[in-house]
Design a protein. Structure first.
Length: 176
């Protein structure tokens, strides 16, 4: 016979299958945490960008490329939103384009490009943010995944254009 947890009304064996740390906070507190994630990422990105420019002035070309990458991906994020608002791509599939996912992912990828050594922490924060959006019922898994896919594909194209071709151009100029 299973023992039941009076608070969750679930068998104790299932207690840790659910997010049990979250009931400590109410919906509004979690909503505030979710609302602060993108501004926090923006501060981290811009402080990192400026700090690195001050610390390593020789990297300015790289940092300009990082900023152009960020700006391009941000334009794509909002561009997809505007296109979706006009022609209703996501709603026609019973989905919702997640601008929060797109903008936060733009910042996460940009921070990873800027400071590769922190990629595990930054990606983990994004996963936790996505889980929070799911828990708060802002979006579904399909909303988030369908937003992530075109953004990641766009990021790969921008990375190739801004960074890989720049390396190719340097090596072709030095070979001549």
């Amino acid at each position: 016979m299973a023992c039941w947890d009076a608070a969750t009304r679930r068998p104790l064996s299932q207690r840790y299958l659910f997010l049990e740390l979250v009931p400590i906070m109410d919906y509004e507190t979690l909503d505030s945490i979710a609302d602060s994630y993108i501004p926090f990422l923006a501060i981290v990105f811009f402080v990192g960008l400026v700090g690195r420019a001050i610390k390593s002035p020789t990297e300015r070309k790289f940092l300009v490329r990082v900023f152009v990458f960020f700006a391009g991906l941000l334009l794509i994020s909002y561009g997809i939103m505007f296109i979706d608002n006009e022609i209703q791509i996501w709603p026609s599939l019973d989905l919702d384009y997640s601008t929060h996912t797109a903008v936060s992912l733009t910042l996460v990828i940009s921070i990873c490009v800027l400071a590769r050594q922190f990629w595990k922490v930054v990606i983990s924060s994004f996963v936790l943010y996505a889980l929070l959006m799911l828990y708060q019922k802002y979006h579904t898994v399909l909303d988030i995944v369908s937003t992530v896919v075109p953004l990641v594909l766009s990021a790969l194209v921008l990375l190739k254009l801004l960074f890989l071709q720049a390396k190719d151009n340097k090596s072709s100029h030095s070979a001549s």
